[in-house]
Design a protein around this ligand. Sequence first.
Ligand code: ATP
Ligand code: MG
Ligand code: MG
Length: 388
Amino acid sequence: MDQRIVGILGGGQLGRMLVEAANRLNIRTIVLDAPNSPAKQISNSSEHVDGSYTNPQDIEKLAAKCDVLTIEIEHVDVLTLQSVQLTYPNLKIYPTPETIQLIQDKYIQKEHLMKNGINVVESVPILESTESNLVRIGERFDYPFMLKSRTFAYDGRGNFVVKKPEDIPNALKTLKDSPLYAEKWSLFTKELAVMVIRSVNGQVFSYPVVETVHEDNMCHLCYAPARVPDSVQLKAKLLAENAIKSFPGCGIFGVEMFYLENGEILVNEIAPRPHNSGHYTIDACVTSQFEAHLRAILDLPLPKGFTSLSTNSTNAIMLNIIGDKEEKDAELRICKRALNTPGCSVYLYGKESRPKRKIGHVNVISSSMGECERKLSSLLIEDEAPIE
Ligand code: ATP
Ligand code: MG
Ligand code: MG
C-alpha cells in the first residue's frame, strides 16, 4: 500500500491500535517504547527501539529508520524532534513539533486557543506555587476551583480539586513537582468530544460528536452520537473544527469540551493524537480513528463520508475496562459478559491489571441507543462469580 515506514513514539494502547490499523494496510511501523509494550506485543519486528519517547538518543535512533514520525502521547521530547527534523529534512513529523509544543503545556494550549478565538474555561498561570497566590485565586474564582499541572497530565493525574482554602497546602504538596495553573470550576451538564482529522493541505473533517462520562477524572463511558439536540452537536462540531484549524500540521486530534447549562460550549483540552473518546469508531464508523490518522499523516485518500457512522442508525457506547480497585483482574468479568453479548467487541491492551489503570475497552453497537444502554447495563451487572 505504501513503502514509507511510520515510527511511533509510544507503544501503549493507542500505539497498539495504530499498529493494528497499519498492519491491515500493510504499512510498516516501528515503535519506540519499553520492551514488550502493548504495541510491540502485536508486532514482530527486530526494528523496534527499546527506550523512551523522552530520551533524545532513542528518538534519534527511531528517526534514522523512518520516513514519517508520529506520536501516541504528547509528552515527548519536542526539542529532539526539532533537531531530528533538521538532520533529516525529508522526514515528516506529524503532528508537527510546533503543534505538540503548543499542546503539551496545558496552559500554553489555553493561551493559543484564546488567541484564536476559541472559548475555553477561564484559567490563570501560577508563576510561583505559594499558598498566598492560591488564596488570591480562590478569592477570584471562588471554590471549588481546579488546580492543574501544566505538563505530563493524563487521566486526571495532575488535577486537584481545591474545595476550600484549607485544601490549599495539600493541593500544593500533591502537585509540588509540576508547573501549575488554575481553572475556574466548570458547572457543565455534559462533557462532549469530537475527533477531528486535519489533512496535509489543512482541510478538517470531523467524526460525530460524542458524550463522555468521567469517573474519578477518568473516562468511563462514551456515547456516540451524543445524547444532545442536533443544534448542540452542530455547535460542538464547529467549535472543534475551528480549534483544530488553528494548529499547523496534520493528523487526528481529540477535542474535549464542556457543555454548560446556558448552552455555551467550552473547549476543555485537545490531544494531538488518537483519543479514548474515539475508540467507538473502530466498530461504529466507516474508518476507524487509527486508520484515519495513518491516512492523514501519509497523505492517503480521505474520501467523502469516511468519518461517518457506518449506517444512519448506528449507535455505540464505549465502556473503558479499568483495573479493579480491590481484586486484581476482577474487571475481566465484564469482558466475559461482553463476549457473550451480541453487538459487543472486546479490546484488551496487554497491560497488567492495576487499580485505576485502563486495560481495555468494550464497544457496544446497536441500531438504537436504548438497546446499547440495555446491553451496557447487562455488562455492568454486579456479580461475585469467580473468573474461570
Ligand atoms: P486526559 O486523560 O483526558 O488527558 P487530564 O489529566 O488532562 O485528562 P482534564 O481533561 O484536564 O485531565 O480533566 C479530567 C476531567 O476532570 C475532565 O474530563 C472533567 O471531568 C474534570 N474537569 C477538568 N477540568 C475541570 C474544571 N475546570 N471544572 C470541572 N471539572 C473539570
Ligand atoms: Mg489531558
Ligand atoms: Mg482530558
